[in-house]
Design a protein around this ligand. Structure first.
Ligand code: MN
Length: 214
């Protein structure tokens, strides 16, 4: 087995009442684990580009050259990457926005006009995405600006099959598959998106932003 399920950095109930413990447990132990299992199975018959001693490096390599792999690997490598990324984006100890004076807050304000305008635009992208997928805040590959996009299924902006104007390095992502919210919010995706703002690990998002923009 190449890939393994990462431990969550908090307990399943830690994000309540915004994301409930049962949803977190099923999402982590069933959905995320299933992506990993199927990815490991699909990799058995796949020759690797070179030897990698770190799971995360190999996963990044797969994602950024995903056009070289089949649909099964695209779905499940995407699922593994996106969920690992998502868990790290959440925290029960969340401030409600990036730190005042941070480079990230300056960039968000410069790009979207204000933090509230950014939230509205991100929520709109997450709400408007039809069916399963993800909403992202990324640093665009073309010009280095912040951009909001949505991707279907388990695709993400790092994948080389995404239209080039929507490619970038994600710093925040929201899973809008129904399995991410249905137990607690049923069909009300808007309520789930609203809850998301209460549990974002902005310190982590700022760290990702700094790593790319340095
Ligand atoms: Mn999910």
């Amino acid at each position: 087995m190449i890939f393994t399920l990462p431990a969550l950095p908090y307990t399943y109930g830690a994000l309540e009442p915004y994301i409930d413990a049962k949803t977190m447990e099923i999402h982590h132990t069933k959905h995320h684990q299933a992506y990993i299992n199927q990815l490991n199975q699909a990799m058995v018959d796949t020759s690797l580009p070179e030897a990698f001693d770190k799971e995360s490096l190999l996963l990044n390599q797969l994602i950024t050259s995903i056009s070289s792999y089949n649909q099964t690997i695209r779905n499940h490598a995407g699922g593994h990457f996106n969920h690992s990324f998502f868990w790290d984006s959440l925290t029960p100890f969340a401030p409600q926005q990036p730190h005042a004076g941070s480079q990230l807050l300056k960039a968000i304000t410069a790009t979207f006009g204000s933090f509230d305008a950014f939230k509205a635009a991100f929520a709109k992208a997450a709400a408007a995405h039809f069916g399963s997928g993800w909403a992202w805040l990324s640093i665009a590959k073309t010009d280095g600006r912040l951009m909001i996009t949505a991707t279907p299924n388990q695709d993400n902006p790092l994948m080389d099959i995404i239209p080039v104007e929507a490619q970038g390095t994600p710093i925040l992502g929201l899973d809008v598959w129904e399995h991410a919210y249905y137990l607690c919010y049923q069909n009300n995706r808007l309520a789930y998106i609203e809850a998301f703002w209460h549990v974002i690990n902005w310190g982590f998002v700022e760290k990702r932003f700094q790593e790319v923009t340095l």
